[in-house]
Design a protein around this ligand. Sequence first.
Ligand code: PMP
Length: 422
Amino acid sequence: ADAACTPLPVLGRDVLVPLVTGGEVTYAALDYAASAPALQRVWDDVAAYAPYYGSVHRGAGYLSQLSTELFEQSRQAVADFLNCREGDQVVFTRATTDSLNLLASALPEGTHVYVFETEHHASLLPWRARETTYLDAPRSPEQAVATLEEALHQAPKGPKLVCVTGASNVTGEIWPVRRLAEAAHRHGARIVLDAAQLAPHHPVDLRELGVDWVAFSGHKLYAPFGAGVLAGRADWLQRAEPYLAGGGASRKVARRADGGVDVEWQAGPARHEAGSPNVIGAYSIASACRALTEAGFDRLVARERELLGRLTAGLAEVPEVRVLSLFGDDADRVGVLSFVVDGWNSSHFAAALSAEYGIGVRDGLFCAHPLLRTLLGGEDDEPGECGAPEAAPGERSLNAIRVSFGAGTPDEHVERFVRAVR
Ligand code: PMP
């Protein structure tokens, strides 16, 4: 029980920030959904390896060989973390956005894509060059499955892909991924899971969830450095042109008699990893995967539930607060929650949390404009990308405030947040 109450050590715990009211306070990072602080353990692992890093798949020298070995071990660590199936492939990318764009570039000719309008722009937009059916926001997990079933029932022949987010970056609500995967497969479709928000909070087990691919970002999974993952079925990836053309993705390049250039592309993950691989990024993701597995998701989930309980109970005491939800009060959610406050512009509210309490949250439309419009109602007032239109104090907010936390969050941050909102 004690262990369940201990947050994992993360960087940035002792950072002091100035308050407008005078003095300083330790920064309360409650914006894990944007980027989580790195686990101390991951940072230590990276620091221990940093003096030794070298180019991957390139050099004959010892450090280059060591880095190649560690890069491939990192790939295996991620495969273990995801409980990959035989034949699955782990491709290192820059982040979730990159992973989903990579998959979009590898879809077979004529693929029809199905995606809920509630998705983050990273999982909503990469398919636009394809025939895409945008599904209306469901109001319960059951309705999500039924909506998908109905759409797939009328699906054209040919390859089909469903893209769904495991946990919403806005409401934190957990989607019925396994049931959606079963529905997709019943209709001969494949499914990719955007696990950017799910993976830091819940085990993502490819066999158990039954999804064909999963995408996530290291910087939300307590690993610093710009790396992400696309893992899953190899076949479509192997038949596709490389995502990026360049060194590393090419096995053989030769001038043709007519003066042009012929290329034989690599097989395996290297096909889509052109350029010098981000070995430190991959290594830090692998380290985070190991650290989370060792900490145990049972414990992490239990602790988050407790913090979430305190957070929702605290917010429920403030009548002006309206928590945003698609699935209603019984929905299971990760440590991500958005709300609006009557009489307040959300941007001003978030700015006050920062300036007066040293609390870092996010305000805006969270790169999920259609979802925010559904949740808040009203027309678009031309918000900036991921941003929010200005509303005068007292006017209805067209944007929201998001609070999010995770494995490193101490009780005090949630307590301070609730006090500040009150
Ligand atoms: N999907 C979801 C659900 C997200 O929350 C985010 C990040 N906010 C992304 C995709 C994109 O992740 P990244 O910015 O790391 O590419």
